[in-house]
Design a protein around this ligand. Structure first.
Ligand code: AKB
Length: 332
């Protein structure tokens, strides 16, 4: 009624107060810009701040708030959180599996020391914290097909060790300090307009570019290496969904999410349906191959499906069609 409406002159700020104020670290990697776009659609452009230690490309800089944030500088991190009234922190700074093996001390600093700063700033300011984990958090002694949420985790990479550490520390801070920590174990993520930086699953992104450009691809994993993979849109939607899930729905803090699983050979066969004469050859990188051999072939994500309704949209045929359409239309 008009009378009650007049008492509600604060409706704008009430609605504003309900929206999360989001900070994304490591925002210029494979996933940050897409994640910011998705969250900005949902919460408004100015409520989502992208950050990194690199200079953003112009389109990223002009698409919404961007700040410099070095996760190894605790005071500066705290300043950003305080000055921007941050309530959600999504932490994407990390060195990936292959590049981490090439620089273990940097990977240890960023992936472990950096994470400690993130946990502390989140606990101190009562933030909801998301940290992505990965299939890389499993190792050769984990069951590989399928890999359940709870099983032995003895990874053999610094990346994997740092991710198990992040899982355990986040869970510990949850039980010890009530931190609202949420975590998903991502498969290899396949994206069209952003590049992965130094992982083991990178071939599954590069193959599309090469197929569209040259009709052939040299793969650095063996033809039969089966790994779990996911299209980026599914990955980002899963992240938003688990962040929005009511606390009561979450029976645990760390969930596997799964979509598809394929080998380079199977992926190449699917690509062939669109690019006649496409050829794949193999020049195996022993480091990446050893890592792939120790990782899951398939994740068991039944807990995510049961607890908060996770469901993937994209399987191999749709993925290949989308990726080749993107590269085809971009190279024309
Ligand atoms: C990597 O290959 O290192 C990443 C991952 C699966 O975590 N893409």
């Amino acid at each position: 009624s008009p009378a009650s409406a007049s008492f509600h002159t604060t409706s704008f700020s009430e609605a504003e107060a309900d929206l999360p104020r989001v900070l994304i670290t490591g925002g210029l990697g494979q996933l940050g810009v897409g994640l910011a776009n998705l969250l900005r659609k949902r919460f408004g452009k100015d409520n989502v701040i992208l950050s990194d230690i690199k200079k953003p490309p112009a389109p990223v800089f002009h698409s919404g708030p961007f700040v410099y944030a070095d996760i190894l500088d605790y005071k500066h991190l705290r300043e950003i959180v305080v000055n921007n009234r941050i309530t959600w922190l999504l932490h994407y700074s990390a060195l990936l599996s292959a590049v981490g093996e090439a620089n273990v001390s940097l990977a240890r600093a960023v992936n472990i020391t950096g994470l400690h700063n993130i946990l502390d700033v989140a606990a101190e300011h009562n933030l909801r914290l998301f940290v992505p984990s990965t299939i890389g958090a499993f190792g050769p002694t984990s069951p590989r097909n399928p890999t359940p949420d709870l099983c032995i985790q003895r990874p053999r990479t610094i990346y994997g060790v740092s991710k198990v550490h992040a899982e355990l520390m986040g869970e510990y801070y949850h039980y010890r300090y009530g931190l609202d920590f949420r975590c998903l174990r991502y498969p290899g993520i396949i994206s069209a307009d952003s590049q992965p930086g130094g992982g083991t699953t990178d071939y599954a992104v590069q193959i599309f570019h090469a197929a569209a450009k040259n009709g052939k691809f040299e793969c650095n994993l063996e033809a039969s290496s089966r790994l779990p993979m996911m299209y980026i849109d599914d990955c980002l939607r899963a992240t938003l969904e688990v962040m929005e899930a009511p606390a009561e729905a979450l029976s645990m803090r760390i969930y596997n999410i799964n979509a598809m699983s394929f080998t380079p050979e199977e992926l190449a066969q699917e690509v062939c349906k669109h690019v006649p004469g496409f050829q794949i050859t193999y020049s195996v990188d022993p480091l990446r191959q050893a890592i792939a051999d120790s990782w899951p072939m398939n994740l068991d994500d039944s807990n995510a499906r049961k607890d908060w309704g996770w469901k993937h949209d994209f399987d191999l045929p749709e993925l290949v069609t989308l990726m080749l359409n993107f590269h085809g239309s971009n190279s024309r």
